[in-house]
Design a binder for this molecule. Sequence first.
Ligand SMILES: *[C@@H]1O[C@H](CO)[C@@H](O)[C@H](O)[C@H]1NC(C)=O
Ligand SMILES: *[C@@H]1O[C@H](CO)[C@@H](O)[C@H](O)[C@H]1NC(C)=O
Ligand SMILES: *[C@@H]1O[C@H](CO)[C@@H](O)[C@H](O)[C@H]1NC(C)=O
Ligand SMILES: *[C@@H]1O[C@H](CO)[C@@H](O)[C@H](O)[C@H]1NC(C)=O
Length: 314
Amino acid sequence: MFLDGNFCLKIVTLCAISGTLKLLHVAESTSQTTTVSTSTSQDQVPQRIYGLLDKLSCGRKLNASAKFALLLAEFLIKQKMRYVAPTRYERQLFYHLLHRMDHLLKNSSLENISQLEKQILENALKHNVLLLPPTLKYGTLNANADYEQLAMNYEVLVNRGQPNRTQSDLCMREIVNLNPRNCKLSLDCLNVMTSEAIAYGYQRTHQVLLLYMLAHHKCASKLSPPQLYEELAKSHCNDILSEQNAIRSLALGLGKYKDLYLEQATICGLFGYNEFLNWRNVMEIDSWFHDDPNNEHINDLALVFYINALLMLH
Ligand SMILES: *[C@@H]1O[C@H](CO)[C@@H](O)[C@H](O)[C@H]1NC(C)=O
Ligand SMILES: *[C@@H]1O[C@H](CO)[C@@H](O)[C@H](O)[C@H]1NC(C)=O
Ligand SMILES: *[C@@H]1O[C@H](CO)[C@@H](O)[C@H](O)[C@H]1NC(C)=O
Ligand SMILES: *[C@@H]1O[C@H](CO)[C@@H](O)[C@H](O)[C@H]1NC(C)=O
């Protein structure tokens, strides 16, 4: 055990060093075009991503959440490249990241994974995918909604609402396995996604993730007009923004709800809302890795969040 750990640590250090050297080299050759004020943070994002991939390569098998994060991260890069021609530096970086993630997906065994999760992961973002132009949306959400009341009761409220994990996985399996010939989705699953009944925490974020997955399936436009996905995501993410404000306002909020906070930022960030996908959150999340380096679910989420930040924040 200990030997493994040490060995891993050395590899990670080596990777980190060679990664940094490469990045420094690239930074030198592009320094004329990079503005001083943001260059530090922009360089940090690829380094963080390499650091997270190193952690995934080392020391553990992939479970469902790690594998889903890798699939989503790959998808985001490919989608972006399909719509926006990358610079030479970006192309090199993106291909290198894709190569590493592909290797991780192929060259790791899945650990402790349920049949349901397996049926999701075998198909998610692989068949009948609909690419959409990624955009960063400014000022779409209502940043000034009241959250004091929510903050006072958050500990109780955070577990309220639907879907629970099982309902969410069942609906996810339906979505990723939709047949484009008939696009038949159960009423249950539609209700799960579209319900505006009171829900908080992971229940609410799962609704948004399901919407995202459906919006990127070829069946999306057959099931409803594209604006509807946008409207629903906006409505859910408005609620989630109040939750983030509440968490931030609590004395121990970001100690206690880090995982949830990152899940909220990551998932509403997928829809491009700048209220979630911004440099302030990049820095905030970055700071966690100094004191809490080995929470695996946080690492999985952070991979997706950072990849999206790399692609969308310039
Ligand atoms: C995967 O593992 C992490 C860390 O052990 C855990 O937090 C997470 O819930 C697991 N995910 C699934 C889907 O089992
Ligand atoms: C992953 O790749 C390494 C070498 O790159 C190899 O030694 C190992 O057996 C592979 N593992 C799996 C599960 O394929
Ligand atoms: C495997 O998953 C089950 C249920 O998801 C959980 O109770 C159990 O602790 C997990 N085992 C390991 C080794 O993670
Ligand atoms: C999830 O919700 C469904 C529907 O309300 C319920 O039947 C099921 O028991 C719940 N499962 C868990 C694990 O809470």
